[in-house]
Design a protein around this ligand. Structure first.
Ligand SMILES: CCCCCCCCCCCCC/C=C/[C@@H](O)[C@H](COP(=O)(O)O)NC(=O)CCCCC
Ligand SMILES: Nc1ncnc2c1ncn2[C@@H]1O[C@H](COP(=O)(O)OP(=O)(O)O)[C@@H](O)[C@H]1O
Ligand SMILES: [Ca+2]
Length: 546
């Protein structure tokens, strides 16, 4: 056995085959000794061996019970073997399966010498302890009420055992009411005790954690959230999402799948993904933060209606989506926006944000330089507001997607090329059109066709925007016949008899929470928070090639 500066190499046994196992500073490898001899006589690449990055090792431990279990299964043959090689250690590591799913796999190595076994465990643990980005202490909030109400079960059955294996300490709080997690983070939690916060729930629950953490950090640094232009202080704690909600779009768009074990593994290996946060104000009063969808009109109406049918679980969105589609409302108002610079691309450039995205990285490395430029550009011109564009119109939907908003309902999302941390949001304006046209637009969210390629859809990459609904006198629907001079009252619907909306305004769907003001100002804060995620990885083939 060699042991020079953390490189160790031994001949061990794995499933009764002799293997050469080596640990380099960043890699654990093993290959069958017979196979490697065969290789010189033409064995395939796949037979050559296994490589695991040390940063994707979950844990290493003595495999005390393994020999016993094997002996019970194959008494004769194994008994002989385990007497010869009684010492064993198991390495738990991340194994990629299909569609961005990760699993925790085990490989057990046997040896004849206890010292060798102990040394492998010690040296591997030393390497793992150098990975300082891994969390050791986590504060976990479980919403027992989200999605199919399986949050607690999912955490206890699928996540807690993997955390335990990785030696992570957790404090777990099962929420007892809406905003319990937010309030606890804002005022009570001792954040210094933790390396991260874990949210077990959907996008609405994530929104609670986001608000609790960001508000707490601003309060600790005396930053006034009511100032729309305040430079917010980034959040030092990362957030992990264990999907247990109805849409789980934030998890899907940052990991590529909604799977609790995959998310738990991204937390364990200490992934870090910065994420843009939109701050939303009304008349210079802070309302909410948003990281995924801010949707007025269609998605606001779907959300409002769906809250009445929460008992249906995730299916409530399908029912409300269908009803809202039939209503075919549109809303009048003025959208003003500050376009992003050209170097962050365009919503239709088909450059999708993926793990290690160059556009997001460039944004972070050039953040200071960029801020100087943008402040310059943003100075209001003498005659008004410089670079702002203004659009007045009648809209079926106004959507701001700060990330792709991919989810199982729409695997490429509302804005497939939106970036997680580029400091911009994609503003999608869907103008009044026929029901059939709107259906075609919606349908394109579920296939490969371009949902922006319609005469009634405009999309802009922006850093800030405002919306002002068109103000007019409200007239009850039954009185409309008495006001022929105002035939165009919003919401306008050719199926008005099937709808009971009686206000002229819609609401904003803010990451699955309803906002109570229609007139809003939105500003993107570049990479304000970090998740335990790495963005969606490029698909790899069986041999690991991209
Ligand atoms: C003809 C078929 C048309 C299908 C069109 C589907 C388009 C779906 C786009 C969905 C974008 C979702 C953006 C994410 C929103 C979530 O924040 C929010 C709350 O999630 P959660 O707390 O986990 O429940 N979900 C929604 O607002 C649901 C929108 C569903 C629209 C049908
Ligand atoms: N214990 C609780 N009881 C009731 N509501 C809760 C509780 N904990 C959190 N909530 C609220 O439940 C709402 C939905 O949560 P979420 O986890 O996003 O599920 P879903 O994806 O099904 O909407 C959020 O608004 C959150 O504030
Ligand atoms: Ca963005």
């Amino acid at each position: 056995m060699e042991n020079q500066t953390q490189i160790i190499c031994s001949e061990l046994f794995q499933k009764h085959r002799k293997v050469e196992v080596a640990l380099y500073p960043a890699l654990l490898t093993w290959k069958e000794i017979e196979k490697s001899r065969k290789r010189s006589s033409g064995a395939s690449e796949a037979e050559q061996g296994h490589d695991i990055k040390v940063c994707e090792i979950v844990a290493i431990h003595k495999a005390e019970d393994e020999a016993e279990t094997q002996t019970r299964k194959h008494p004769k043959r194994i008994k002989q073997h385990s007497q010869q090689y009684p010492y064993a250690f198991t390495v738990a590591y991340v194994r990629r399966t299909q569609q961005h799913l990760w699993r925790c796999s085990d490989v057990t190595f046997h040896c004849a010498d206890q010292q060798i076994c102990d040394q492998w465990i010690q040296v591997t643990n030393e390497q793992l302890s150098l990975l300082t980005n891994r969390p050791k202490n986590l504060l976990v909030y479980i919403n027992p009420y989200g999605g199919k109400r399986r949050g607690k079960h999912i955490y206890e059955q699928k996540v807690a055992p993997v955390f335990r294996r990785a030696g992570i300490f957790t404090d777990v709080i099962v929420t007892e009411r809406a905003n319990h997690a937010r309030d606890h983070l804002k005022t009570e939690a001792n954040l210094d005790d933790y390396d991260g916060v874990v949210c077990v729930g959907g996008d609405g629950m994530f929104s609670e954690i986001l608000h609790g953490l960001v508000t707490r950090i601003q309060a600790d640094h005396n930053v006034d959230q009511n100032q729309p232009d305040a430079e917010l202080v980034p959040c030092p704690l990362r957030i992990g999402i264990i999907p247990a909600g109805s849409t789980d779009c934030i998890c899907f768009a940052t990991v590529g799948t909604n799977d609790p074990v995959t998310s738990a593994l991204h937390i364990i290996v200490g992934d870090s993904q910065p994420m843009d946060v939109c701050s939303v104000h009304h008349n210079d009063v802070f309302l909410k933060y948003s990281v995924s969808l801010l949707g007025y009109g269609f998605y606001g109406d779907v959300l409002t209606d769906s809250e009445r049918n929460r008992w249906l679980g995730p299916a409530r969105y399908d029912l409300s989506g269908f009803k809202t589609f039939l209503c075919h409302n549109h809303y009048e108002g003025t959208v003003s926006f500050l376009p992003a610079e050209d170097n962050v691309g365009h919503p239709r450039d088909k450059l999708q944000c993926r793990s290690g995205c160059r556009i997001c990285q460039h944004k972070h490395s050039s953040k200071d330089e960029h801020n100087e430029v943008s402040e310059e550009k943003e100075k209001p011109a003498e005659d008004g507001e410089g670079d702002w564009s203004v659009i007045h119109g009648k809209f079926i939907a106004i959507n701001s997607a700060s990330m792709s908003c991919a989810c199982p309902r729409s695997p490429k999302g509302l804005s497939p090329s939106a970036h997680l941390a580029d400091g911009t949001t994609d503003l999608i304006l869907v103008r009044k059109c026929s029901r059939l046209d709107f259906f075609k637009h919606l349908l394109r969210h579920t296939n490969n066709d371009d949902q922006f390629d319609h005469w009634f859809v405009d999309v802009h990459r922006v850093r800030k925007f405002r919306f002002q609904p068109w103000h007019h006198e409200l007239v009850p629907l039954e009185d409309q016949s008495e006001h022929p001079e105002k035939p165009d009252l919003s919401p306008t619907s050719s199926l008005q008899e099937t709808c009971d909306y009686s206000t002229a305004e819609s609401s904003w769907n803010c990451d699955g929470e309803i906002l109570h003001h229609a007139a809003i100002q939105v500003s993107v804060q570049c990479g304000l928070i970090r998740l335990f995620a790495r963005g969606i990885e490029e698909q790899q083939d069986a041999e690991g090639a991209v």
